[in-house]
Design a protein around this ligand. Structure first.
Ligand SMILES: Cc1cc2nc3c(=O)[nH]c(=O)nc-3n(C[C@H](O)[C@H](O)[C@H](O)COP(=O)(O)O)c2cc1C
Length: 153
């Protein structure tokens, strides 16, 4: 079994809904060879990163940066896992108000420090989360899980 970790933060609920849709895609019945762990950023630990083969990070953009909760997760885990998570695959979803680029660039920079490998385009959803947006989240989760299952990354 391959292992996929979803770590996210949401204050108002939109990124929670997005994370649920990502989880739904990642646990699609056609994908049988992937175990998924679904955690809020404040609950996630260094051992979850060590456990995972791939990680999906989700966050709102707050003040032009990732949420404090996701930053806290990175702060709490970086030195604990340094050198033990090289080349693990990751991707990102961001539910933002009007931008999202600040959150994305800060996550990208930090993930380079972990030596994670980005394997899918980030998904940024501005404004209201529509049915189409939820479908994109499901596709992100399914794509990541299917790629892990197939051994593509
Ligand atoms: C304190 C605060 C700061 C925010 N700063 C930004 C920002 O810099 N850029 C942006 O696009 N949206 C910003 N927003 C809007 C949120 O990113 C947006 O409402 C998001 O969908 C909230 O996600 P959530 O419902 O999962 O908490 C901010 C919201 C809050 C509460």
């Amino acid at each position: 079994m391959k292992k996929l970790l979803i770590v996210y933060h949401s204050k108002g609920g939109k990124n929670h809904e997005m994370a649920n849709a990502v989880y739904k895609g990642a646990t699609h019945p056609d994908i049988e060879g992937v175990e998924v762990r679904f955690l809020r950023a404040y609950d996630a630990l260094d051992k979850d990163l060590l456990w995972a083969d791939g990680i999906i990070f989700g966050t709102p953009e707050n003040f032009g940066y990732m949420s404090g909760a996701l930053k806290d997760f990175f702060d709490r885990t970086f030195y604990e896992v340094e050198g033990m998570v090289d080349a693990k695959s990751y991707c990102v979803f961001i539910g933002a108000g009007n931008d999202g680029q600040g959150a994305l660039s800060s996550i990208t920079r930090i993930c380079k420090g972990y030596k994670f490998k980005e394997i899918q385009e980030p998904l940024i959803i501005i404004g209201e989360l529509t049915g189409e947006g939820k479908t994109s989240c499901e596709e992100l989760g399914m794509g990541m899980a299917a790629g892990l299952e197939a051994g593509i990354f």
